[in-house]
Structure formats: structure tokens, C-alpha cells
Ligand binder design. Structure first.
Ligand SMILES: [Zn+2]
Length: 670
């Protein structure tokens, strides 16, 4: 049987031959590609020649090409258009692929060769990009534990296994607590709730086989309930159940799990030669040190707290007027804040929507890229994986740049959310390869398809990631496009959202679907004001969580994480009526895996940068200033991970980012 995944793709722009690929092709192709990759690595590791940059580092980059190509197609389909068979393949191959990667990083002979090249680096006359990929390759192996031997290697393996188990357990405990709690609501208790909340609690009741409506701890039910429920004691009961997730004693209590995770992470960092887990984790990030993270968070904390306290006073006035004597409590905040929002910032979604037509927003995102970078977009008529997916050829001055695929509509086979991926990354080694970049969204279909303002921002956001991939101009694909630090990767995407807010862009593209008229100024002002509403509260609950996360991973791990959490919050002077966005026993970002451990700060780090970076355009003369656009492309969008993120940012901006623009953007500036 021939397998199109393993053949050469003789198609326009080398696109995968979607019309020939069947689900049955994936498993044998992935198996064959893994075997091929391991054989290539084995040949490298046992090469009789002395190790050189070419035969070792470049050699390693040449391995696994078939696997990259097959998985590029498979992961895209598994996320955007899943089937039972694709899910089954995912379940089967996740552990196999993890073992495959562990076998490469655990290859002692290969690491010994990399180590030799690394030690000889000063004499090798490498280009800056080559020096960078050598450093990244070596560091990747060291961080995976390749330099450990004997007892230390055995202990590392034990720790990794135990951490994986604990992470899963933390998540399952949390799910169990969310699933097990429910509160039946009487018809009287539905009074004052808007229709959509009533139908949500009725639906929850039906789903759980209850007689009538029930309240559950699912975020999409409990948050609107706290916003709209006028019954204060019921709000308190619901809120207390919600914040107790993972902290209810018994088998599902996460406090002990969290403590053990922190101990093991610290031990792992020490084994690898780092002072503590935060130092290990931040080494690869733009922030680099816990001090830098804390500095940024504290610069935001005081203004956010001041705003939150001022807002709390306003909300308490409302509560007193409501006949309730203070003080304002955590279960009151969302309720009175929602009432204030309705009075002062209310948007009529139905009036707003006709101004954001999907087609126009796609054209707006293209038009901005044309003005900034000279890119042109031509629709392509090619076979793709689903009829809703569309492709464009991206060119500049007649030269091919990339293929861009946009897959915008929600469907049952698509994972929720929105994302950008590259089916193929830009590179020039070992051959020149133009990128194939995909944006996936979950917008509602319609005729014409209309977006909410948030949807339109999402479209611009993902297109910003796509530009990072499409404009990439590096030699090696390990540093291509979005292969950058986690606290840097959201810069191009969040920055691009700002172009949606440029008045001339809205004037041209946010036109009414029926009348063709531009959005009235008053409506536009409301849209922008609504986007920063209640930022004091949101910033405080977020920054408090980020600072607790950081404290957990610095220095000696806390024996009692709950005591440590209390200490950090007391030190900050946490406002009475606000709690952490995620308290320790349900802080899934930090405890279900390593992704955001000691890294929860990175959302705000990126936001500080995007605000600061857009301000550079405004200072220079406007959103389309050609000199700034040139710098953005040269130092950020085309540079990928070719240099440290802080170095790239300073080249673009002339200095490190400051928090002033963020505070202004969030409405927190004094
Ligand atoms: Zn993003």
C-alpha cells in the first residue's frame, strides 16, 4: 500500500495532498517516521568521525524530518477536524511520542558528541545563528537531564515520573470537587436572574438528572450566577463552595499534593545545578530572573490595588443603597460590579454585531499587513481538509512568502478556542522552505457571518501569530517563527490586536452589514471603555496569583503552601473583597503540569510589552509609521528565536519595556 504521507508531495506550494490522505494512513506513517528518526539519531551518535557542528548539531536538525511533516498534518487535523479515529490515534501515540523524545534526549553517546562541540565552540568560527542553535541544543539536553549519570540519573527519572502522576492527580481532584458539588435551587431562588442564567441552571439540573434547576461549580455557570443573584446569603454559599475546590479534606484535597510537587520541583532543579526551581524555569524566558518578574508585577500591583480600593468604595455605596450594611465581601463584588457596568458601560451586542462582518475583519487584518509590511493575499483554489477552510498565497513584490490557511467557523469536530499553528515552518537549512500557516477560530456561521468585538480581536490576535511565522527569516527551523520564549511569544499577537482599534481601520472595515455605514463614534467609545471595565479587580486577582506562584518556586520550597500563600497575601495588603484568581488548591496552571509553573506572570509580561510596543508606533507618528514597521519586522517578526528576547526587544524599542503604557491601557494610570 502506498502511503501519501510518506511520499514526496508534488503539489502546489508543497501543500499536503489532503484529498489523498485518509485516517488509516496516519498510524503506519507515524510508526515508520519514528523508526526512521531513531535510526538517523543512532547513526549520528555512532558516527566514527570526530564531532563537528555540521555532523552533530546540523546533523541532529536533519533527523526526524518525516515525523515533523506527518505530525504537522496530523496535529492540525486532530485539533481542527477530529474524528473518533483521530482521537484514538492521539491516545495511542501520545505516550509513544513522549518515549520517542525521551529516547533521543537520553542518548548518552549523542549527548557526549554535543558536549564536545559545545566545549570547543570558541574555536569553531560559527555564525551568530549557529552559535545560538548550538547553545539551545546543548541547553535542551542538559535541562532534560542528559548530563546526569548513575544515582542522579535514576533519581531524576523517579522525580519526573512522580511529578507526572501528581500533576494528573491534582487535575482529577479538582474535577471531582467541581463535579461532586451541586445546590438545588427553588423557583423562588431564580427570581432576579436573567433568562440566560436561568436556562443555564435548568440545563445543569437536567444534565445531572435533578428534579429542578441546580447550581454547579462550572465557571460558565457560577460566574454569571455571582454576577446576577440578588440573594446575598445564596451568593455567599455559592462563592464559598467555589473557592473551596481542592480544599475540602478527604481524598480529593490538593493541599498535600501541591506541597509534594513543590518539594520535587526544587529537588529536580538542584539536581540540574540550579539554585531553585524559579531560576531553572526562568533561565529560558525573557524575564530571566525572579527579581525581574517581581519588579514588573509590583510596578503594576500598587496602581491596580489603588484602583480596586476606589472601585470597592463605589460598590459598597451601591450595596448600602440596596439596604445591606457593609463591608463589601468577595461574594458581593461581581454582583454590584455587574450592576454598575450595566448602568455606565452597557453595550447592546445586537446593535454592535452588524458592524463586525467576518469577511471585512479578514480583509482588515490583511490590509494592515499590507500597509505595514507590503504583504499581498491572493485566494487559492486548492484541496484542503474541510470545506470551511480557505487558503491564500501570501506574496511581497511578486515573491512567494507563505501559504495562509484560515479556518474560522465553529463545528463539533473542532477543539474550542482559537490558535495558530504552522503545518510547515520557515527555514533555509537543509533546504529553503516557505511556511504554511494556519489560523483556527470558532466563530458562529451566518449570512453574512457576524462577529462580536471579542471575536474580531481574536481574529487579529491569531493573525499576529501568523505574521510571526510568515515573516520569519532564519536559517534553522528550531528558531523559526514562534519558536521563542513563552513570555515573548504573545508579543506579536497581542500587539497586532491594537490595529483593530485604530480609528481609520474601524472606519473603513467596521461598516454596518446592511447600511454600509461606519460605526458611530459614541458606540466606538463605549466599545473601547467596556474593554477596560473593572480592571482594578481583574489585575489584583491576577497579580496576587502570579506573586504566590513565584514565591512557591523561589528558595527553599514551603512545607506548608497554604501558610506561604497567606504570608504573601498579607505582605501585599490584599484588598478584603478580592481573592486570588486561582488559590493554591485549584491553581491548575501551576500544578497540573510545568507549563505555567513559576510562569503565571507571563500573561502580564506580554501585555506590558504589547502596550509598550504599540506606544512606540504612536510616539513615532502613528500606527502605520513605516520606520517602526520596518523595525518590528527586522527585530521581532523575522528574527524568531535567533537572539535572546530581551536583546531583540531592545533593538526594536531602544530599551526594555516599561509598565506605563499598560497602566494607561488598563485605565490604571494615576
Ligand atoms: Zn496567542
Amino acid at each position: 500500500m502506498t502511503n501519501p504521507l510518506l511520499e514526496t508531495w508534488d503539489t502546489e506550494f508543497g501543500l499536503p495532498p489532503f484529498d489523498l490522505i485518509e485516517d488509516a494512513h496516519f498510524a503506519p506513517a507515524i510508526e515508520a517516521a519514528m523508526a526512521e528518526g531513531l535510526a538517523e539519531v543512532e547513526a549520528l551518535a555512532t558516527n566514527a568521525e570526530a564531532p563537528t557542528f555540521e555532523n552533530t548539531v546540523e546533523g541532529l536538525m536533519k533527523t526526524g524530518a518525516t515525523l515533523d511533516r506527518v505530525l504537522g498534518v496530523f496535529y492540525n487535523l486532530a485539533g481542527a477536524d477530529s474524528t473518533d479515529m483521530r482521537e484514538e490515534i492521539m491516545r495511542e501515540f501520545s505516550p509513544k511520542l513522549a518515549a520517542h523524545s525521551a529516547a533521543i534526549y537520553g542518548n548518552q553517546a549523542l549527548f557526549a558528541r554535543i558536549e564536545q562541540v559545545w566545549l570547543a565552540r570558541d574555536a569553531l568560527d560559527l555564525t551568530p545563528e549557529q552559535a545560538r542553535v548550538l547553545m539551545l541544543t546543548h541547553r535542551g539536553f542538559v535541562r532534560a537531564g542528559a548530563a546526569l549519570t548513575g544515582d542522579e540519573a535514576a533519581r531524576m527519572k523517579e522525580i519526573k515520573g512522580r511529578l507526572a502522576t501528581l500533576g494528573t492527580q491534582f487535575g482529577q481532584n479538582l474535577l471531582a470537587d467541581e463535579r461532586d458539588w451541586q445546590r438545588a435551587l427553588s423557583e423562588d431562588e431564580l427570581e432576579g436572574l436573567p433568562a440566560f442564567v436561568v436556562s443555564a441552571v435548568r440545563a445543569a439540573g437536567k444534565e445531572r438528572g435533578a428534579e429542578g434547576p441546580v447550581l454547579t461549580l462550572s465557571r460558565s455557570v457560577i460566574v454569571p450566577f455571582l454576577q446576577f443573584c440578588p440573594n446575598r446569603s445564596l451568593r455567599e454559599e455559592a462563592w464559598r463552595a467555589w473557592v473551596a475546590r481542592g480544599e475540602n479534606g478527604g481524598k480529593t484535597d490538593n493541599r498535600g499534593v501541591a506541597a509534594e510537587i513543590l518539594q520535587l520541583r526544587a529537588e529536580r532543579a538542584k539536581l540540574l545545578g540550579y539554585d531553585d526551581f524559579a531560576s531553572y524555569k526562568l533561565e529560558t524566558e525573557m524575564a530571566k530572573t525572579p527579581e525581574a518578574v517581581r519588579g514588573l508585577l509590583m510596578d503594576v500591583w500598587e496602581p491596580a490595588k489603588a484602583r480596586a480600593l476606589a472601585d470597592a468604595a463605589l460598590l459598597e455605596e451601591r450595596m448600602v443603597a440596596d439596604g445591606v450594611n457593609g463591608p463589601l465581601q468577595a461574594w458581593d463584588w461581581r454582583y454590584y460590579s455587574e450592576a454598575r457596568r450595566r448602568e455606565e458601560f452597557a453595550l447592546n451586542e445586537a446593535e454592535l454585531k452588524p458592524y463586525f462582518q467576518l469577511e471585512n475583519m479578514i480583509q482588515a487584518s490583511f490590509a494592515c499587513a499590507n500597509r505595514l509590511f507590503g504583504l499581498e493575499f491572493r485566494p487559492l483554489d486548492v484541496a484542503l481538509y474541510h470545506p470551511d477552510a480557505r487558503a491564500w498565497e501570501v506574496t511581497r513584490k511578486g515573491q512567494h512568502v507563505a501559504v495562509f490557511i484560515g479556518d474560522y467557523f465553529a463545528r463539533a469536530s473542532k477543539r474550542s478556542g482559537a490558535w495558530c499553528s504552522a503545518m510547515r515552518s520557515q527555514r533555509k537549512f537543509p533546504d529553503v522552505q516557505a511556511p504554511i500557516v494556519v489560523n483556527i477560530c470558532n466563530f458562529a456561521k451566518g449570512d453574512p457571518a457576524l462577529l462580536s468585538y471579542d471575536d474580531a480581536r481574536t481574529l487579529f490576535h491569531e493573525f499576529g501569530h501568523a505574521l510571526h511565522q510568515m515573516l520569519s527569516d532564519v536559517t534553522y527551523d528550531m528558531i523559526s517563527g514562534t519558536s521563542v520564549a513563552r513570555d515573548f511569544v504573545e508579543l506579536p499577537s497581542q500587539l497586532y490586536e491594537h490595529w483593530l482599534e485604530v480609528p481609520e481601520v474601524l472606519q473603513e472595515f467596521a461598516v454596518h452589514a446592511e447600511t454600509g455605514e461606519a460605526m458611530p463614534q459614541e458606540m466606538l467609545d463605549k466599545v473601547l471603555a467596556a474593554a477596560t471595565y473593572d480592571m482594578g479587580f481583574q489585575t489584583v486577582e491576577y497579580v496576587a496569583s502570579a506573586l504566590v506562584d513565584l514565591a512557591f518556586h523561589e528558595g527553599e520550597p514551603p512545607a506548608d503552601p497554604m501558610a506561604e500563600q497567606a504570608k504573601v497575601l498579607a505582605g501585599l495588603g490584599m484588598p478584603e473583597a478580592i481573592v486570588m484568581r486561582h488559590a493554591t488548591p485549584h491553581f491548575a496552571h501551576v500544578f497540573t503540569g510545568d507549563g505555567y509553573s513559576s510562569g503565571y506572570y507571563s500573561y502580564m509580561w506580554s501585555e506590558v510589552m504589547d502596550a509598550d510596543a504599540f506606544e512606540a508606533f504612536e510616539e513615532a507618528g502613528g500606527a502605520f509609521d513605516p520606520a517602526m514597521a520596518g523595525k518590528l519586522e527586522q527585530f521581532i517578526l523575522s528574527a524568531g528565536g535567533s537572539e535572546e528576547a530581551d536583546v531583540l526587544y531592545i533593538k526594536f524599542r531602544g530599551r526594555m519595556p516599561g509598565v506605563e503604557a499598560l497602566l494607561k491601557g488598563r485605565g490604571l494610570a494615576a
